[in-house]
Design a protein around this ligand. Structure first.
Ligand code: SF4
Ligand code: SF4
Length: 136
């Protein structure tokens, strides 16, 4: 089993197709929607995390591509220099995904990487410039 993140850009005509249902049923892939920007009748985009067997994910992506959906693997991730953090909390105000939160007990910053949607808003929000993008 592997987990991979993809950004999907799809045309308006694919809006009413049961794409998620097909991925789950036909390819045995679990889907976690991390971010969605879908406007009826217009292009839309989704940030998905797919979990399943490597070959099934590959086939699922091929299926989406055959439906005119552009699937780009999301390889970049946000990192931050934890040891330099002063726990000011500025970054939590812009993290709508809930990946950055303050621990209410000790007022330390918590970074849940699994929730990060790589929106990059925390990069300018940190006064110490502790966030950076890792493309590896
Ligand atoms: S990039 Fe930063 S602000 Fe955006 S979800 Fe990830 S941690 Fe939160
Ligand atoms: S804005 Fe920077 S210094 Fe402040 S809590 Fe976030 S990472 Fe730490």
């Amino acid at each position: 089993m592997i987990k991979k993140r993809y950004i999907l850009n799809f045309p308006p005509e694919s809006g009413d197709k049961p794409l998620s249902y097909c991925l789950v049923k036909d390819y045995d892939i679990s889907i976690n929607i991390l971010k969605a920007e879908v406007y009826p009748g217009k292009r839309g985009s989704l940030l998905l995390e797919l979990q399943g067997k490597k070959e099934n994910i590959q086939k699922g992506v091929e299926y989406l591509t055959a439906q005119n959906i552009i699937c780009e693997p999301l390889e970049k991730r946000i990192h931050f220099q934890e040891e330099k953090c002063i726990d000011c909390g500025n970054c939590t105000a812009v993290c709508f995904a809930g990946a950055l939160t303050m621990d209410k007990v000790n007022w330390k910053l918590d970074f849940d990487k699994e929730k990060c949607v790589v929106c990059e808003l925390c990069i300018p929000a940190c006064p110490l410039k502790l966030f950076y993008i890792d493309f590896s």
